[in-house]
Design a protein around this ligand. Structure first.
Ligand code: GTP
Ligand code: MG
Length: 204
């Protein structure tokens, strides 16, 4: 898919203020600092579209971007940010989980995983929660440029094995580097294919 336009639409903490759910939507979620915002910028080839930072906890809101005037990419705050207070963490839980559970045009949740790390409980727990709720998700392993392909493959295989304890099938997986713009086309192709099947949800 060719990205012809990518524009910021709005930032929200309230699910009832989100754009009308008339276009297919894809959300990026994962641990703080895993590279969600960087990946949005790499996919759209627009540096600075989503705000990135070396420090975790940069993205705090539900940020909508409209792509080619036909679908939404959503940048979400990260989970597992140690510096956040308990109260903030439970606020995150509430509004992100509410968003994920109630957004009827949400076609797929892309869960980002740091390819340098062994499977982390927090990521596995989150995937299990998505599975329990029946929410469609795929895995995007990030920061592949930071180590050898062998190491990335090993960590991806370990993650797959860990998920197979709970899931019968492992979700689709992608290995990417936003820094080196690697592994991006397969994600856009997948989104393109899902967009073709999108039907406007009935008004509730
Ligand atoms: P929060 O908004 O805090 O949850 O973080 P985030 O997941 O949006 O991460 P962000 O995109 O802000 O990136 C965090 C840091 O990782 C930044 O310093 C990025 O430059 C770096 N980073 C992101 N992706 C890559 C990558 O593919 N390769 C390398 N080397 N660094 C990356
Ligand atoms: Mg971010």
């Amino acid at each position: 898919m060719l990205i012809k336009s990518a524009e910021f639409v709005c930032s929200n903490t309230h699910v009832d203020k989100l754009p009308d759910p008339t276009l297919p939507e894809y959300a990026f979620i994962g641990r703080s600092n895993v590279g969600k915002s960087s990946l949005i910028n790499a996919l759209t080839n627009k540096k600075g579209l989503a705000k990135t930072s070396q420090k975790p906890g940069k993205t705090q809101l539900i940020n909508h971007f409209i792509i080619n005037d036909t679908w939404y990419l959503v940048d979400l705050p990260g989970y597992g940010y140690a510096q956040t207070s308990k109260k903030n963490r439970s606020e995150w839980e509430k509004f992100i989980r509410k968003y994920l559970l109630s957004r009827e045009n949400l076609q797929c949740i892309f869960v980002l995983i740091d390819s340098r790390l062994e499977p982390q409980k927090i990521d596995l727990d989150f995937c299990c929660w998505l599975g329990e709720k029946g929410l469609p998700f795929m895995l995007i392993f990030t920061k592949a440029d930071k180590q050898s392909i062998v190491k990335s493959d090993q960590n991806m295989a370990k993650f797959k094995r860990a998920l197979l304890k709970w899931f019968e099938e492992v979700p689709t997986r992608f290995l990417t580097s936003s820094e080196e713009k690697v592994g991006l086309d397969p994600i856009l192709e997948k989104i393109d294919a899902i967009n073709l099947d999108f039907m406007v949800p009935p008004v509730s």
